[in-house]
Ligand binder design. Sequence first.
Ligand SMILES: Cc1ncc(COP(=O)(O)O)c(C=O)c1O
Length: 367
Amino acid sequence: MNHQCLFGSPIRLRWDAGSEWQLVRAIVASMPDGATLRKRAATMWRFAEALPVPHPGALSMGEGMTPLVVAPGRSAAFKVDYLMPTGSFKDRGTVVLIAAALQAGARRVVADSSGNAGTAIAAYAARARIGCEVYVPAATSSAKLSQLAAYGATVREVAGSREQTAAAAAEAASDPGVFYASHVYNPFFFHGTKTYVLELWEQCGGRLPATLVLPVGNGTLLLGVYLGCRELLAQDLMPRLVAVQASACAPLARAWADGSAHPAEVAGLDTIAEGVAIARPVRGAQILAAIAATQGTVVSVSDEQILGAYRDLAAAGLYVEPTSAVCWAALLAGLVDLEPDSAHERVVLPLCGSGLKTKPYFDGAVS
Ligand SMILES: Cc1ncc(COP(=O)(O)O)c(C=O)c1O
């Protein structure tokens, strides 16, 4: 039941029709028109024609169709993906992944995660009434650990790096009857995250913004977005993808600066942006290729800039986890081109994870 590529390189997400997975196809011709879409429920399942599994019934918690909110003082908008059932964008990929696991007859799933993917997988496994074991690095925030426990998952803390955590999960997943619910290796996850861009396409009136700024660790959102753009638009008018990493752990930004097609070797220092602290992204070369194909770029921001952006967002009523502030930090630092006369929503960035999921970074003065 495990992925054939579990111990090797990840399955190549192929962008062309006729791939061995038969999952990638030009969908624009089969996309419902505006009038049809308006009659459908405001969830990501309104794009059923583009998804590789049918609506999973009660497994769905109405995930997706998150709002666009204009960013304060800039020609940009936030897509507020932390308003999801488990508080992060990972629900998009997870609901598709668990639906696929159920189709495959899984009774138990094993996953590894720095937090948000694990909590999403635990929640959807609970709804599916199947067993769930999540391997997390020992440094995972206590709020995410409590959330995992609340969903009834067995949590295995691994004293080591994110890579060691993944290796421990992969080993556990080799037991018979266990489905390795990997959000990084399994292509079904990316077909879920692509709904981010399908929703944007609808919300922007059947077109896409010129620039999409995205946080990148393992690239599950960025590659899903790229997949969605390719399926929607074929080669035409691709939005520029600007990937943002934390400077303390920036293998892709370093590779980009060096003109390399493969992630750079980095030490992977601690950062408050725990969700993007991935020193060795297994799909790194694919991420770099996708960004290059859109004439995009990869930038990085310091923890000080991330903290400033996190506070700035909270001052605008948007309480996110620090990882979710990296894109806004890049905008504030002038690392993303904003055309001076551009209309709102020419640049869109996601707010991926709720601030309730990490330790507080504010010294609360209660009077
Ligand atoms: C809140 C948040 N934003 C961004 C990311 C980065 O996603 P990815 O590792 O898929 O690039 C994560 C990953 O866990 C996350 O939790």
